[in-house]
Design a protein around this ligand. Structure first.
Ligand code: GLC
Length: 565
């Protein structure tokens, strides 16, 4: 039945049963290459994901986001798309994707795809054609420009823009005697959204997968989509390392190549396209900038842009009460209803949260408690629920193309950069295969083949599903408990939010807030310090606690509780 309904697309007469489902969603981010291999080639695939749907459903997940599985030379592991309409053979076929969508829907769950709109692979037929001449029908599908030096076109790029990963963003094509822009890596040329044909072609891709039943998209580096029409030089900046709030870095302020006003207009266009579909779909943007810019991409007061956008400030906010109170206050102010914040702590590009927390399970439970009780949509990265740690792998043998660019960084600096800035130059380290069983000799149940594409996390002997399920006090059990509590408690999944005032003497350690709902309020108290604290919750019912010892009015070090009222 569910299936029949999900394929009745575009019928405006259908009243969606739950237009707000995405507001209550908990999204689980799967890196398909590393989740479950079904055919013994050491690479995860779509059928493997289907085989693990029971696990995800039991855990309490309702929405899956898959990193890209489209046809790709895999030089950036799928973020370099060669064909938006077919699957990379190592992941399966379009029919496998259809079957996955069906299985997901049959469980009342949702599936969100990852759309890379800013660029394609340089092997995409669009780029191949575009690169051939200055006059071919796709000549203006990418951002081409003449070099600054008219006499020697190959000598100077058109302007000073830098790529997001360092180095110049322009690459010379002897064939066209022009430069093309690549905001990320050289083999990922940027599409030209000022060309209406590109605009239309990408909207057709958006519609294509929504028609096939996808429930929405995560939009890759969405804030990069439009560039200054006149390709003006960026101003100098003293900053070396960009932060979440401020993308200026590498001695440049990206004034003309990031967060252009036209991207906001495009966000609204996309929203209209997505709104053509019923049941409701949603868009979440991978963006960077301050919260005002991100709010703009969501449509500001009108809330008619992207449904959601990642607030990566979470990744650099230390686990202490004051900085968290500040971030939550700002996110609540900027993303007040009908907007909604997102809460994300790990992904396939960043140092895993378990490692940032010093591989401390108590702190990981506390962070899960925070993530799953705040107002907003939580994004859980596969393996986060079992405490998978970041690996420590040499840059020299990395598969990640970004790691190759940074092979020169001295090894002794890496732990500092990881700890202080959450910077990992080798993204292989956070993409290790999921460990399902406790048997390392059997590749932890990830693959029946001999060679998983990457090694397992160093803590996989403990951070695997089998071991975690067997221990009732494990991180996994706590996630599961919280996910089910969130789903069953209206205050947690759709309630309002208010901070609880904390006496000055406790403000440095204690963070507390209330989720309000006509069916009953719930309060969350978190001790983000190592000294125990008394908290005034009287005889309220304890709905969840992160500490092993029963709660008696005192919050032990690094622990939290959810209580009624
Ligand atoms: C995003 C993706 C990253 C990818 C890059 C280029 O940041 O998360 O994995 O390499 O965009 O598409």
């Amino acid at each position: 039945m569910a299936l029949v309904y999900f394929h009745q697309m575009n019928s405006k007469a259908q009243i969606p049963p739950d237009p707000d489902w995405w507001r209550r969603a908990v999204v689980y981010h799967i890196y398909p290459r590393s989740f479950q291999d079904s055919n013994g080639d050491g690479i995860g695939d779509l059928l493997g994901i289907r085989q693990r749907l029971d696990y995800l459903q039991d855990l309490g997940i309702d929405t899956l986001w898959l990193s890209p599985t489209f046809s790709s030379p895999q030089r950036d592991f799928g973020y370099d798309i060669r064909d938006y309409h077919t699957m990379a053979p190592e992941y399966g076929t379009v029919e496998d994707m259809d079957a996955l969508i069906e299985d997901v829907h049959a469980r009342g769950m949702r599936l969100v795809l990852d759309l890379v709109m800013n660029h394609t692979s340089d092997e995409h037929p669009w780029f191949r054609e575009s690169a051939e001449s200055r006059t071919n029908p796709r000549a203006d599908w990418y951002i081409w420009a003449d070099g600054k030096d008219k006499r020697n076109p190959a000598r100077c790029p058109p302007n000073n823009w830098k790529s997001m990963v360092g180095g110049r963003a322009w690459h010379y094509s002897p064939q066209r005697q022009q430069w093309y822009l690549a905001s990320f890596l050289p083999f990922q040329p940027d599409l030209n959204y000022r060309n209406p044909a590109v605009h239309e072609a990408m909207l057709a891709v958006v519609r294509y997968w929504l028609d096939r039943g996808a429930d929405g998209y995560r939009l890759d580096i969405f804030h990069v989509l439009y560039k200054d029409a006149a390709l003006r030089d960026n101003p100098f900046s003293w900053r070396l390392i960009p932060t979440e709030e401020n993308p200026a870095g590498l001695f440049q302020e990206p004034r003309y190549n990031l967060n252009q006003p036209e991207t906001i207009t495009f966000a609204r266009t996309l929203r209209k396209v997505v709104d053509e579909f019923l049941p409701t779909r949603f868009l979440v943007g991978e963006v960077a900038g301050n919260l005002d810019q991100i709010r703009g991409l969501c449509g500001g007061d009108a809330a008619d842009g992207l449904h959601l956008a990642f607030l990566f400030q979470t990744l650099s906010t230390p686990l202490r009460a004051e900085p968290w109170r500040e971030l939550i206050t700002e996110a609540e102010a900027k993303f007040a209803h009908p907007l909604l914040p997102t809460w994300v702590f790990s992904n396939h590009d960043r140092v895993r949260s378990f490692t940032r927390l010093g591989e401390d399970t108590q702190k990981a439970k506390l962070l899960a408690l925070l993530q799953l009780t705040l107002r907003g949509v939580p994004f859980i990265y596969y393996g986060e629920e079992i405490g998978t740690a970041q690996h420590d792998l040499p840059l020299a043998s990395a598969l990640d193309p970004v790691a190759h660019m940074y092979r020169w960084v001295p090894r002794f600096l890496l732990p500092f950069l990881k700890q202080r800035f959450g910077l990992s130059f080798n993204r292989d380290e956070c993409r290790t295969p999921m460990a399902w069983t406790a048997k390392s000799a059997d590749n932890y149940g990830f693959t029946s083949g001999a060679n998983p594409w990457l090694p397992f996390a160093l803590n996989a002997t403990h951070a695997n599903v089998e071991t975690q399920e067997a221990d009732e006090h494990s991180l996994w059990h706590f996630y599961r408990q919280l996910l089910h509590l969130r789903r069953e408690t209206p205050a947690l999944n759709s309630g309002g939010f208010e901070l609880i005032d904390i006496p000055a003497s406790q403000r440095k350690s204690l963070l507390a807030f209330r989720r309000t709902h006509p069916k009953g309020d719930v309060s969350i108290w978190l001790n983000l310090a190592s000294k125990s604290l008394q908290i005034p919750v009287g005889d309220a019912q304890i709905l969840a606690r992160s500490a092993l010892v029963p709660f008696d009015g005192t919050l032990g070090s690094w622990s939290g509780v959810v209580v009624s009222g």
